[in-house]
Design a protein around this ligand. Structure first.
Ligand SMILES: [Zn+2]
Length: 388
């Protein structure tokens, strides 16, 4: 059975087409706020129901209960705050108009009208408490802690109406939860496993996907790469999708896998992010969720098995599929994990992104045990990495 959305009902805060033109005509009369890009993505995700049951940006009461005990005020598990900090560069005239009861136009970086916010609260929030609870650290080398320091000190809360979907580069489209649910139904898939990723696929990823596809309780796999705000040195979103497309098209049966991007900013909150990402996939219609080792981690901030364990603490109505680290073992001549291979680590082919990039950068050989040639060809193209 397809899982019900989180909280029971799929939120739809997308403005009907008939109202859109009218609201766009009113734009010049509204206070106009250009949030950080992360919140532009969140506006769209709230609008299409990806964050059900959230209907808008959180106010101070849900924020507090999301920090501790990691639930919405009615007890539903939720571990990542969805806040709208007011950027500190906002001009004084706009700032003065951001008041409770006001309607505010949310614009993207190109000043395109994305959404409407009905302000229910304007409040200061405790960045230190947030960093400690969500990311477990104040360390400014943590990317999200760093972002938090740059974010405004005050936040706006309130319900959101999505006016326009995000514009994606040509050829790229992104399924909404309504669309993915309809697609799974059309395919006759009752039990869909979601795969979270943010890098092009290598063989260790593929192995876990294959193990999932072999399961009797899995009808299909939803590969759902996070391609939101990225940092310098990351692969471009198009490259990640093209690389996944090559794997899916060349190696998987066409009736067993669906690939679609998820444009949100990555929260590297380890276990708390893993749970959040699973809740989002539940809203897209996935009742099973693949949890790799150190999922949504960064650096050495989280214990590698923490993302596995958090699914014992919260029941979100999704079956976690927990996998150990996998690798190609030369002695086994096969993909394996510590559960299936007796050999020392020196027999394993290093599948780290660092190693792959090094090999791609030079003339170094990329063994098929590490990367599919179709994927390697895409990653060897010029300008695959973001330079700023
Ligand atoms: Zn082995």
């Amino acid at each position: 059975m397809q899982p019900k959305p989180h909280g029971g009902k799929l939120v739809n805060r997308t403005l009907p087409a008939a109202d859109r033109a009218r609201r766009e005509a009113e734009l010049k009369e509204l206070p106009q706020l250009v949030p950080f890009v992360d919140q532009v993505y969140d506006t769209e995700k709230i609008g299409i129901g990806a964050y059900s049951p959230l209907e808008g940006f959180m106010d101070s009461a849900p924020l507090e209960s999301v920090l501790t005990p990691g639930r919405l005020p009615h007890g539903l598990p939720w571990t990542i705050p969805v806040l709208l900090p007011i950027p500190s560069i906002t001009d004084a005239q706009t700032l003065a108009r951001l008041q409770v009861g006001e309607e505010v136009a949310l614009l993207d970086g190109n000043r395109r009208f994305i959404g409407l916010l009905r302000v229910s609260e304007r409040f200061r929030y405790d960045k230190k408490a947030l960093a400690e609870s969500v990311y477990g650290t104040h360390d400014p080398t943590h990317p999200n802690v760093q972002d938090l320091q740059l974010a405004g000190d005050e936040a706006l809360a309130g319900s959101v109406d999505l006016v326009n979907r995000l514009t994606l580069p040509a050829g790229r489209s992104e399924l909404t939860p309504v669309e993915s649910r309809a697609l799974f139904e059309e395919k006759g898939w009752k039990n869909v496993a979601a795969y979270q990723c943010r890098n092009p696929p290598h063989t260790a990823h593929e192995y876990i996907q294959r193990l999932t596809l072999e399961r009797e309780d899995v009808d299909g796999l939803f590969i759902h790469p996070v391609v939101g705000r990225l940092k310098k040195g990351d692969y471009r979103p198009e490259v990640i999708l093209e690389a996944y497309g090559a794997l899916v098209n060349h190696y998987y049966p066409s009736d067993r896998v669906v690939l679609s991007p998820l444009t949100i900013s990555m929260r590297y909150a380890g276990p708390k992010a893993a749970l959040f990402l699973a809740i989002v996939r539940k809203n897209y219609g996935c009742g099973l969720y693949i949890v790799g080792r150190d999922q949504a981690g960064v650096g050495r901030f989280y214990a590698p098995t923490a993302a596995h364990r958090i699914f014992d603490e919260y029941d979100i109505g999704v079956t976690p599929l927990r996998y150990d680290e996998s690798f190609f073992c030369r002695a086994c001549g096969w993909m394996a994990s510590a559960k299936t291979c007796a050999h020392p680590a020196s027999d394993r082919i290093d599948t780290s992104q660092t190693r792959i990039r090094k090999a791609l950068g030079g003339d170094g050989e990329l063994p098929v045990e590490l990367l599919r040639p179709e994927v390697a060809a895409i990653l060897r193209q010029p300008d695959v990495l973001l330079t700023e």
